[in-house]
Design a protein around this ligand. Structure first.
Ligand SMILES: [Zn+2]
Length: 296
């Protein structure tokens, strides 16, 4: 598979990073962009203690792995894409959509669920494809109990204060009973595809009360631009696996948040002719906000 990986790597240590550099490695199959700590003094001798503040884990389990760019999806590149089995091989937790935008994807504990445009939930048929998804292997780095939030904006503000790092992506799950919840999904689209900002004008929304379940989401730093959603992006799945979708609003009184800090970002690029024709300048930040950050 032709792929181009953009990998940003942040330090695994908690100390300050006085210097950073952007390093580009290019090969026929891979491009890696790394934010590497460069605390090693050029004049250091082997006898001196290392001052490097960045050590890279040998496994990729802490990577946020995404398939395509959100901007490419937003432009209308909805069809086919990556095998759902390949997505699950890259993570057991995450969110996304399906070929032709046939519902909202929720990946939780290694199972992939599909919240369809009619509001029903099913286990995804893994023979299918996705034009956009983001997953990681959820390995808890910390948790906060007894979290309460009146709105999604309230939740954002609290988590911005609580999460340790500002410029690292986080995988986030919140388990609890949700007093109020507004979900959306979209029906499968047919060609010629309209831009996503037009499609979501026809989304279906549902309001629910007193539902136990899990918010599954990510917080991406602002530097992701239109590669993904800057800020918080939440999907939901009920404990009984009967309700789910993209979250437009929620309120809860006693949730448990678990977080997993991602130390790298890996982007697999589509191989489609649609992606070759995609113009990154055609999708603006405000479109991404309208599509994925709308709040009710
Ligand atoms: Zn979503």
């Amino acid at each position: 598979m032709r792929s181009l990986d953009i990998r940003t790597q942040t330090t695994l240590t908690r100390g300050p990073r006085p210097h950073s550099a952007v390093v580009l490695f290019a090969s026929t199959a891979m491009l890696i962009v790394a934010l590497l700590g460069t605390g090693c003094s050029p004049s250091a001798t082997p006898a001196q203690a290392s001052t490097c503040d960045h050590h890279v884990a040998s496994d990729a389990k802490d990577s946020l792995v995404q398939f395509s760019l959100l901007a490419a999806l937003a432009s209308g590149d909805y069809e086919n894409g990556t095998s759902l089995r390949d997505v699950l091989a890259s993570g057991d937790f995450g969110i996304g959509t399906f070929s032709r935008l046939d519902g909202e994807m929720i990946v939780l504990s290694g199972q992939m669920y599909q919240a369809l445009g009619d509001g029903t939930i099913r286990l995804a048929n893994l023979n299918g494809c996705t034009p956009f998804a983001a997953v990681t292997f959820f390995e808890e780095d910390g948790q906060f109990e007894h979290l309460a939030a009146a709105t999604l904006d309230d939740l954002d503000t609290q988590l911005d204060r609580k999460l340790p790092r500002r410029n690292s992506p986080y995988a986030l799950r919140i388990d609890g009973e949700f007093a109020q919840l507004t979900l959306r999904s979209v029906p499968a689209q047919s060609p010629p595809f309209q831009p996503l900002v037009s499609v979501v004008k026809h989304q279906s929304t549902w309001a629910h009360q007193k539902v136990r379940g899990t918010l599954v989401g990510f917080r991406c730093p602002s530097w992701v631009g239109t590669l993904n959603v800057p800020g918080y992006h939440w999907h939901f799945l009920s404990d009984d696996r009967k309700l789910g979708g993209h979250v437009l609003a929620c309120e809860f009184g006693d949730g448990t948040l678990r977080f997993d800090e991602c130390t790298s970002l890996l982007i697999h690029l589509p191989q489609s002719t649609e992606f070759d024709a995609f113009n990154n300048d055609s999708v603006k930040h405000q479109d991404i906000n309208q599509i994925e950050r709308e709040r009710k």
